[in-house]
Design a protein around this ligand. Structure first.
Ligand code: ADP
Length: 173
């Protein structure tokens, strides 16, 4: 049921973003508070340990519901593509005029030629022999949400060395 809900949410969100209907409700919130609340389903599952690192007091001016959705997407991907790795790190950094949030896993990593396409609509890496459910929309939707906040989204990854998906948002809009 959860999986189907995620798929339907993804499709509805894509339609909304394509029609320019992604409206943002800005407010100020403490990033670690949002990160602590956001991934209950993973913590409850008990298979993965989410470790919060970095600036505890740093605040963000953004649409908390949408940013929560981005983080959930990134953490769900870490769980899905790095299932044997227990540790997932959520890292908060103060970059002066920007804040940075990263989700780091120690999974299989992604090869260089694929990295540029990950945020494209419907793009999925073909892991031969292994079936991961998904539509290839999560990162596309996440990128649309971050772009709408005038932020940046990206990934640092190397095969065998895990992946760090990150986004930065301006402190002031
Ligand atoms: P989906 O998970 O539905 O395929 P996404 O847009 O969320 O779609 O991700 C696109 C692709 O990026 C995935 O198919 C997967 O190949 C790759 N990917 C995303 N997150 C990770 C990760 N943490 N580790 C390895 N590969 C990843």
């Amino acid at each position: 049921m959860d999986k189907i809900t995620y798929l339907i949410d993804d499709l509805l969100n894509t339609t909304r973003t394509n029609q320019g209907q992604l409206h943002l409700n800005f407010s100020e919130f403490t990033i670690v508070d949002m990160l602590e609340k956001c991934c209950h389903h993973i913590r409850m599952g008990g298979k993965h340990k989410l470790t919060l690192q970095g600036d505890q007091g740093l605040k963000m001016w953004a649409d908390e519901v949408r940013i929560d959705q981005v983080v959930v997407n990134l953490v769900n991907n870490a769980v899905k593509y790095a299932p044997d790795q227990r540790e997932i790190y959520l890292i908060v950094e103060d970059l002066g005029d920007w804040v940075k949030v990263s989700v780091k896993d120690n999974g299989p990593g992604i090869s260089k030629d694929k990295l540029a396409h990950l945020f494209d609509r419907y793009y999925r890496v073909d892991y031969s022999g292994v079936q991961y459910s998904g539509l290839g929309l999560g990162l596309y939707i996440s990128a649309e949400i971050i772009k709408k906040h005038n932020g940046k989204i990206g990934v640092d990854s190397e095969v065998g060395k895990g992946s760090t998906f990150w986004f930065t948002l301006p402190k002031k809009t």
